[in-house]
Design a protein around this ligand. Structure first.
Ligand code: PEP
Length: 252
C-alpha cells in the first residue's frame, strides 16, 4: 500500500513571522500522525526559518520550484542544493502556474527534473489539463504529453523519488474540485501510462496526488478513490486547522 502524501503549497503567501506561526500551529495539530507523509512548501524567503522549526518533527519541507544548476550567474534563481541546504527534501516542479505564467515547457521541465533528481531532492511533478482542453476531450492526450515529455529519459529507479500531482488547472484556486470520479479516472490513466512507460512495479508504487480546491469537506471522499494517494493543497494549506483536517482525512 502507498503511504498517503499530503503537501501544502503556500505559493507567494506568508512573510517569515506568518510562516512561523502557521508551521508552529501545524506541528502541534499533526504531531501524532505517522501514517501520512506531511510536507510544507513555503516561499523561498521563509524556507530557512521553517526548516529550523520542523527539525525533529514529522513535517518535511519542499521548495515550490528550482533551477537546473548548482550555482552561477542565474539572477533570481535558486538551486536544488540551496533548497537542501535550508532543510528541504522535496521540490515541486511543473506547477501549472509555472507553466502558464512563466512559460515553463515540457522539455524545460524535463531538463530540470533530470538535474534535480541527481541532487537527491525528491520531486512532486505536476500535470493537468485546462478547462478548454477538458471540454475538447483532450485530457488524456495532454496528460500523456506532459508525462512522456516531462519524464523522458528517466529510469524506473528514478521514479522512486517522484510523486505525480494531478492538478486540473480548472480546479486550482477556483473552489471547484474535480469529482472523485473525475480524479480517479485521471489518476488511473496516469498510473496505466507509467506502467506502460516504466513497468508495472513503478506503476504500483508511484504516489499520485490530487490537487485542485481540496478542502476538509471533500478530502475524505477524494482520498477514498483507489488511485488517489494524497493531495497537493494550495488555499486550504494556509490555515493550520484546515490543512491538519485534510491530513487527518488521509490517515488510513
Ligand atoms: C495548487 O496550487 O497546487 C492548488 C491545488 O491550489 P488550491 O488548493 O488552492 O486549488
Amino acid at each position: 500500500m502507498i503511504k498517503p502524501i499530503v503537501a501544502g503549497n503556500w505559493k507567494m503567501n506568508k512573510k517569515v513571522s506568518e510562516a512561523l506561526e502557521l508551521v508552529r500551529n501545524l506541528i502541534t495539530l499533526v504531531k501524532d500522525i505517522t501514517q501520512v507523509t506531511i510536507i510544507v512548501c513555503p516561499p523561498f524567503t521563509s524556507l530557512y526559518a521553517v526548516g529550523q522549526e520542523i527539525k525533529g518533527t514529522n513535517i518535511e519541507m519542499g521548495g515550490q520550484n528550482c533551477y537546473l544548476k548548482e550555482s552561477g550567474a542565474f539572477t533570481g534563481e535558486i538551486s536544488p542544493q540551496m533548497l537542501i541546504d535550508v532543510g528541504c527534501t522535496w521540490t515541486i516542479l511543473g506547477h501549472s502556474e509555472r507553466r502558464q505564467y512563466f512559460n515553463e515547457t515540457d522539455s524545460f521541465l524535463n531538463q530540470k527534473l533530470k538535474y534535480v533528481l541527481t541532487t537527491g531532492l525528491k520531486v512532486m511533478f505536476c500535470v493537468g489539463e485546462t478547462l478548454e482542453e477538458r471540454e475538447e476531450n483532450l485530457t488524456e492526450s495532454v496528460l500523456r504529453r506532459q508525462i512522456i515529455e516531462g519524464l523522458r529519459g528517466l529510469q524506473p529507479s528514478d521514479l522512486k523519488n517522484i510523486v505525480i500531482a494531478y492538478e486540473p488547472v480548472w480546479a486550482i484556486g477556483t473552489g471547484k474540485n474535480a469529482t472523485p470520479e473525475q480524479a480517479q479516472e485521471a489518476h488511473a490513466f496516469i498510473r496505466a501510462l507509467i506502467g506502460k512507460e516504466f513497468g508495472e512495479e513503478s506503476a504500483k508504487n508511484i504516489p499520485i496526488q490530487y490537487g485542485g480546491s481540496v478542502k476538509p469537506e471533500n478530502a475524505k471522499e477524494l482520498i477514498s478513490q483507489e488511485d488517489v494517494n494524497g493531495f497537493l493543497v494550495g488555499g486550504a494549506s494556509l490555515k493550520a486547522d484546515s490543512f491538519a483536517q485534510i491530513i487527518k482525512a488521509c490517515v488510513p
